[in-house]
Design a protein around this ligand. Structure first.
Ligand code: MG
Length: 145
């Protein structure tokens, strides 16, 4: 059942897991065997305070905000929200500190006037897993549709 409480809980879970991973992003499996993440930590990979979520939560919030406000999946509005993140640090804890190359290129293509669904890159090295990390809004959107 879709309730505001369920949506908030899902988003809080995403943001918490994301924030747990931010300080140890790019660490090896061997690192985690020796130093498992058991508490919220600060600094590390991106030198961010404990509890800081990353681009994945930011883009999820940006997508959810658009869907909640527009009541439809409006790709242009979602890209405008991504642009607000890129240019104005919206939807972040304390500003943008990391953005994937493919995501950055897509937002720049949007700034150049490309239609939202044509902004993504198509090369074999432009198929990261970022979209999977921010798929949460679609679970709720599909249920509501
Ligand atoms: Mg991230």
């Amino acid at each position: 059942m879709i309730t505001l409480k369920n949506v908030k809980s899902a988003l809080l879970g995403l943001a918490t897991a994301d924030a747990l991973g931010v300080p140890v992003e790019f660490k090896s499996r061997n690192y985690f065997k020796k130093m498992p993440v058991k508490t919220m930590q600060g600094y590390g990979t991106y030198h961010q305070p404990a509890g800081t979520w990353s681009d994945d939560t930011t883009m999820t919030i940006a997508t959810m905000e658009s869907i909640a406000r527009k009541k439809v999946l409006d790709y242009t509005d979602i890209m405008i929200n991504f642009a607000k993140w890129y240019k104005d640090d919206e939807f972040t804890v304390d500003g943008l500190f990391d953005i994937g190359n493919t995501t950055g290129s897509a937002i720049k293509n949007f700034f150049r006037g490309n239609a939202p669904l044509t902004c993504g890159l198509k090369g074999e090295h432009s198929i990261g897993n970022g979209s999977l990390m921010r798929i949460l809004p679609m679970a709720f959107y599909q249920k509501a549709a």
